[in-house]
Design a protein around this ligand. Sequence first.
Ligand code: PEP
Ligand code: MG
Length: 754
Amino acid sequence: MLDTLRRIIQEVNRAPDLARALSIIVTRVKQAMVVDVCSVYLTDTERQQHVLMATDGYNPDAVGKVRFNFGEGLVGVVARREEMLNLDDASSHKAYVYTGEIGEDPFHGFLGVPIVQHRKVLGVLVVRQRERRRFAEPEETFLFTLAAQLAGAISHAGASGDITHLLQQTDESRYALKGNSGTPGAAVGHARVVYPMANLEAIPDRPAEDTETEIAEFRAAVGAVERDMRMMSARMVDSLPAEDIALFDALIMMLRSENLVEGTIERIRAGNWAPGALRETIVEHVDAFEAMEDPYLRERASDVRDLGRRILEHLQSTSPVQRSFEPDTILVGEEISASQLAEVPVQYLIGVVSARGSSASHVAILARALGIPAVMGVEDLPVNRLEGQNIVVDGYQARLFVRPSRAIREEFQRLQEEEAALSQDLLDLIELPSETPDGVHIPLYANTGLLSDISPSLRCGAEGVGLYRTEVPFMIRDRFPGEEEQFRIYRQVLEAFAPSPVTVRTLDIGGDKALPYFPVEEENPFLGWRGIRIALDHPEIFLTQVRAILRANAGLDNLQLMLPMISSVNEIDEAAGLVRRAHEELVEEGEQTTYPKIGVMIEVPSAVYQVPAMSKRVDFFSIGSNDLTQYLLAVDRNNAQVSDLYNALHPAVLRAIHQVVVEAHAHQRPVSVCGEMAGDPAAALLLLGMGVDSLSMSSASLLRVKWVLRSFNTEKMQSLLEETWLLEDATAVRALLHNSLDEAGLGGLIRAGR
Ligand code: PEP
Ligand code: MG
């Protein structure tokens, strides 16, 4: 049964469109289960109906016509209860509705299962039998398992626009692709798919510009792989037994096989570019091998995949990755990296959509820093089919529309304009002080990482930099930058803001911030070798960086140095020891450096409870709410699966932050917040109520937070905080804060509830 199931799913996934996918489902299921009818109903939310969309066994003319209202008929019952219904005689059930149109008279046995994706019923899968019989348990589980897997395929199809054609007049928003989180804003543009080199699965379809050139390049790549294989085989001939060497011959035969070569060329002739055509051929071969009964042959699927990747590598080295971008680009990918984002000219990039990650991922933080809407964690993103497609990004509700209707496009264009108007209004605040109506001044700083962030931060009136993420320049290079190179980068930032303060954080790599040239492979990267831990284990890297930072500060004296991921005081002592050493060395070398203020990030729960001890060692604290939230709630900030649980407004997180503020102040140490919550207008209300001394955020959020700051006096923010302590979960906290913003006339800041 398992094999049959797998084969059906593979066939469905390969179907070119939803209509064909549904027709494959009904035919194959009817055959496999030896039943008399199989039908699929899809849910049309706009009309609140379940529509018969494919059938094998009922009257085919009824397709698209027979509709059950929500809750009506057995189909309605299955959908409403989200439960399987197994009946030996359908017509004797009290909810049974006779339509006459579908030709249901001869059938008695009924088995219906809901097709559910992300808690929403997309449709119902039904099989019928002439006989009066209840279906056996293996039949139930088969249909159930199939429905669970089909849900993904159907929602894919819906996302790529097919469903709109199928269910005319369908409610588009119902089939929008959902991400787990977004960065606010709307974008209407076209998709540009980015993919890692040699990742065959992620290669998009793209029209071939010149068929003959594509074919020639493909043939050359195959030839090159064959040469590589022969060389490998020759190298191994002394160290491997003859039968293992024969494997290379088998691979070469596979490589030369007509199916692989001619199959790909045929696809290029049909219009796809060589990498896309190769992907299609390889996927087909892999599926065919995986469906084989013989376990040995099944294993060959991985050889085919490997060959595919090798050919792709050669193809990519002959046809350099296209790097030209057009206006209104929406970057789309399985997992977009910081460097891929940084590659697009800022004036062309209007949106980001990533299948993995969440709003706390660094790529989302960068997007926010650039004021670009992003949708993260779109699990069902059909990346391969999106190149060049029109796309609407709804960052407020973390949604994505592919090939949107005119109505949707216009609605989002209007939102874009409103957003631009709000930003325009906010510009009036640039020159005004960040002061509450009762006269309390709270500096608002910018978070930066890219040099290109500097001017937006200055333009929005940031009073300095509260977090300069030094890992960003490290991430977009292909090797560790040397002391001179680092010096030049840091100098630019410090100079741009002088005499305002710039808090430079030492290298915080590990976790989700990998350097391509310094791989860290771990089971639990967020609990592993990260931030200060790497720095202390590699004093040569740390010392080089600190020297560069201290030198960059010469004559400016606006530097504050900050250490990431501190979990105990020993780390501070050791790191401070190294900073002292770097400083002494520089003084000996005749450099004009001063010893900077040193602070630590509070982002690991243990640090929350060590503030008094840490106060003896450092000059300031900055709360990294992104990591603090993930560690306190045990929720990976990048895991789409659990992103609903990630919430910085969780009462436990708020209590922890409050405790840090109270204890730091008791020891006369200032506290800033530099995690993403500082830039969330609602959260900022609470942080200000707690008495934080400054907030640091992406420049795109700064004027919004300034508006909040200038609209609420301290007493009001403190009383809101008091009210919050009575609330038991993050949803209630958010509701309270949104309500307050709305009442104060700042509703424009919280579009999510649109
Ligand atoms: C944080 O953890 O809140 C933070 C500011 O650091 P990063 O997001 O760079 O890990
Ligand atoms: Mg952090």
